[in-house]
Design a protein around this ligand. Structure first.
Ligand code: NAP
Length: 282
């Protein structure tokens, strides 16, 4: 039996078991993906889970909120992207060492590339939020030649400044700044924005009637909108962008890609993406 799973807290709506168990079935592997809720207050909970990988009982784990940063202290090695992003969502043994990797960044970029289908020439992005997912998104965009402006609420100014400072150190030709998530400040950026990414939980179930985009601010004419939120499948942001004639997508494709890349880290096997989409669509 190949044992994998997800650690995080809470884990009530996770799609990980469906995604990975569909992959095991498609590849005729005898495997399981279990949810391992570890409360932040549970002393030694993360260390117990990493020991189970070191002992060979569990092959690998995905890591989600709130442990993507705290898990790093328990690992032997980080991949360069996990190190630069400052967050880990995948762990596994390699060469006798417990390794932490981040598949959110390549997962996002692969799905973004599929979504945009080369329709954009001027690479200027506005990323809303400055948390863990925003760090992965920004890393992927900067590494692929995008200029990035963060749009953040006032309470995130210090986090955003730290994010920018760390990427300026790590990434050559890093072009980044931030504005407040307010109509006037975003409006001042003008029509040059070609991609808007929501990397906040705004619009996520059950608060499906909220959107991160400021009220009464028109979308930039030629922007595409990518919302990392995938529950619901059509967020208010995506519906409003589509009503304004823009190309827009929620983040289910990123979820599938990051899961398939984690699965490959654990098993060395390629999973056809259609298999994973079929397991969670609908
Ligand atoms: P996080 O680390 O908690 O960061 C959330 C960010 O959103 C923070 O910058 C936070 O600002 C900001 N924010 C929260 N509420 C806000 C509000 N009302 N107004 C303005 N800003 C607000 O969470 P995360 O891990 O980055 O995840 C963000 C979202 O991405 C979640 O919905 C998650 O499900 C989704 N996600 C999707 C995928 C995928 O595969 N599609 C992968 C990863 C994450 P403060 O710092 O000021 O609180």
């Amino acid at each position: 039996m190949i044992r994998t799973g997800l650690i995080g807290y809470p884990l009530t709506n996770s799609l990980s078991p469906k995604l990975h168990e569909a992959a095991f079935a498609a590849l005729s592997l005898h495997g399981e993906c279990l949810l391992y809720p570890v409360a932040p207050t549970e002393s030694g909970g993360l260390a117990r889970m990493t020991s189970r990988i070191r002992d060979g009982e569990i092959l690998g784990l995905n890591v989600t909120i709130p442990h993507k940063q705290t898990i790093m202290a328990l690992l032997d090695e980080l991949t360069p992207s996990a190190q630069a992003i400052g967050a880990v969502n995948t762990i596994y043994m390699q060469g006798g060492k417990l390794v932490g990797h981040n598949t959110d960044a390549p997962g996002f970029h692969t799905d973004l590339t599929r979504f945009l289908a080369n329709s954009i020439s001027e690479k200027k992005a506005l990323v809303i939020g400055a948390g863990g997912a925003a760090r992965a998104v920004v890393y992927a965009l900067l590494k692929n030649g995008w200029k990035v402006t963060l749009a953040i609420r006032r309470s995130s100014v210090r986090t955003a400044s730290a994010l920018i400072a760390s990427f300026e150190l790590d990434i050559r030709d890093c072009s980044m700044d931030y504005v407040l998530l307010e109509a006037e400040e975003i409006g001042r950026l003008g029509n040059g924005i070609r991609l808007i990414v929501n990397a906040t939980p705004i619009g996520m179930f059950p608060k499906v009637d909220s959107s991160p985009w400021p009220d009464h601010l028109p979308f930039p004419d030629r922007a595409a909108v990518y919302d990392l939120v995938y529950h619901p499948r059509q967020t208010l942001l995506v519906r409003e962008a589509q009503s304004a004639g823009l190309q827009a997508s929620t983040g289910l494709g990123m979820l599938v890609e990051q899961a398939a890349l984690s699965f490959a880290c654990w098993t060395g096997q390629y999973v056809p993406r259609e298999v994973m989409f079929a397991a969670v669509e609908g």
